[in-house]
Design a protein around this ligand. Structure first.
Ligand SMILES: [Zn+2]
Length: 476
């Protein structure tokens, strides 16, 4: 995420972990779907959270999602969403019941493997009891029919609004950190990534933009249009989008041959050419710095909803109500590697997304003849001793203030301090190796620091401790 006015989160996480007996950890023993009669484990209840201590009810335990098939009908004039989500998953424990995250809506029915299931709602948790318990290792499909008016998350004033946000002509859909539940049921935490199919039906004249590639665009009964999109690479739920409205599009390929799509609300039509060209140029440049592009296309979308921020939605960064400059484009496209292909396992490691994307802004400046990264580092380090970034260690992003500027700026400073310590050659090898070894996976800070030590042959514990974990300004 990039900010016009840096937003800070104030998420309420006072709730304790409920039903902590089950976790999302895969069990040893039976694998595959043929656990059969030898699996005598008593079916249990899947945990209501995936195990992120800072966000105890985000995601769920007991299963891993492989694929979401989302059928969405949306009528902007009535703000009415009709949805049918089919979720392919695998049970990681024997399950008598499991949860999905869903906020609002009326649930019309739930089935598991075609058999009607019973369900209950509490807060943003949808608890599903299949007709028959699921064996550990079983692959299953849960289908949820739901409808109503989407309610985006409107937190405190500094949190902003996120999720499925209705606009005059459609919707602006940006869901970090946990707003996917405002438009589809799922396992809403980046630790459980999955592939996606989207089938979105909108009124005539409205364009629906989702992640990945457009598979088809067909006339729908009643005069609307159905847009079918497919994201074939694993994706965190918060990066999914179904942004709708009147859009002007430009499509093609970057000079390096990557498919690209830029789209702008008519209010920003003058920005289309620059968005398209810059996004292509920067994507191609990041390939030389970070390694092969992890997805099937690049690009960007400018909508007229004044979010005040941009989000790195997979393959289609969203810019909310402003013409993006090259620095924020460089930031959002760097996230395609760091944040999207490599997703964090828990939110406290958010600097692995934002520190890297902010450092990418510095690298882009350096590349284009502006300030060097060293100059940016020096300027930041010269901030007064009482600047808030020194008292907020970026390696432990706080749930109530997730998008603190320290996670961005001091996160980037951490990378620059590392670069100085191990030298350019090892540093840039590290960036590419990090992106390659964990492509389409999940990562932790410990994995990054271990790789940095392995590649550089240096002990870096005190450097990372000072920059990531101490509540004071490290010496330069
Ligand atoms: Zn960002």
């Amino acid at each position: 995420m990039g900010s016009m006015t840096r937003r800070a989160a104030a998420l309420l996480t006072a709730l304790s972990v409920l039903g902590c007996g089950a976790t999302g950890e895969p069990s040893q023993g039976a694998t595959g779907s043929d656990s059969g009669p030898t699996d005598t484990a008593e079916p249990g209840v899947g945990a209501p959270g995936i195990g992120d201590p800072d966000f105890p009810l985000d995601g769920n335990g007991g299963y891993d999602v492989a694929h979401y098939a989302l059928r969405i009908g949306y009528a902007p004039a009535r703000r009415r969403l009709d949805g049918e989500a089919t979720i392919q998953a695998r049970a990681t424990q024997a399950l008598s019941r499991f949860n999905l995250d869903l906020r609002g809506f009326t649930v019309g029915g739930v089935s598991v493997d075609g058999a009607a299931a019973t369900f209950t709602r509490k807060g943003d948790e949808l608890s599903v009891t299949p007709a028959e318990p699921l064996a550990r290792g079983a692959e299953f499909a849960v289908k949820v029919a739901y409808s109503g008016t989407p309610r985006p998350v409107r937190g405190s004033s500094n949190l902003g609004t996120y999720g499925f946000i209705p606009t005059a002509d459609g919707a602006f859909v940006t869901a970090e950190p946990n707003g996917a539940k405002t438009w589809f049921p799922g396992n809403d935490h980046p630790a459980d990534k999955a592939t996606f199919d989207f089938e979105i039906t909108v009124p005539a004249g409205v364009t629906a933009l989702a992640n990945g590639e457009l598979v088809s665009r067909t006339a729908a009964p009643g005069g609307g249009t159905t847009f079918t999109w497919r994201e074939a690479h694993p994706m965190a739920t918060y990066l999914a989008t179904a942004t709708m409205g009147r859009f002007t599009l430009r499509e093609g390929r970057t000079a390096g041959g990557i498919r690209s799509l830029a789209a702008v609300d008519p209010r920003f039509s003058s920005a289309l050419g620059e968005l398209y060209r810059r996004s292509g140029e920067i994507t191609d440049h990041w390939v030389t710095v970070f390694g092969p592009y992890p997805f099937s296309s690049t690009g960007g979308v400018v909508d007229d909803f004044s979010a005040g921020y941009a989000l790195e939605n997979q393959t289609k960064p969203m810019y909310g109500g402003f013409e993006p400059g090259e620095s924020i484009i460089a930031h959002e496209l760097a996230h395609q590697w760091f944040g999207n292909s490599l997703s964090i396992e828990r939110w406290e490691d958010l600097w692995l997304n934002e520190g890297f994307a902010t450092y990418a802004e510095w690298l882009w400046s350096e590349h284009t003849g502006g300030d060097t990264a060293a100059q940016r580092f020096k300027t930041a380090h010269a901030r007064p001793a009482n600047d808030p970034i020194w008292s907020y260690p970026p390696g432990d992003a706080r749930p109530g203030d997730l998008f603190n500027e320290s996670v961005y700026t001091r996160g980037a400073m951490t990378l620059h301090a590392l670069r100085r310590e191990i030298g350019d050659r090892a540093f840039f090898t590290l960036l590419k190796t990090w992106a390659a070894e964990h492509r389409h996976g999940n990562v932790t800070t410990e994995q990054f620091t271990a790789l940095a030590e392995r590649l550089s042959g240096k002990r870096l514990g005190s450097l990372f401790d000072a920059w990531l974990f101490q509540p004071r300004r490290p010496s330069a």
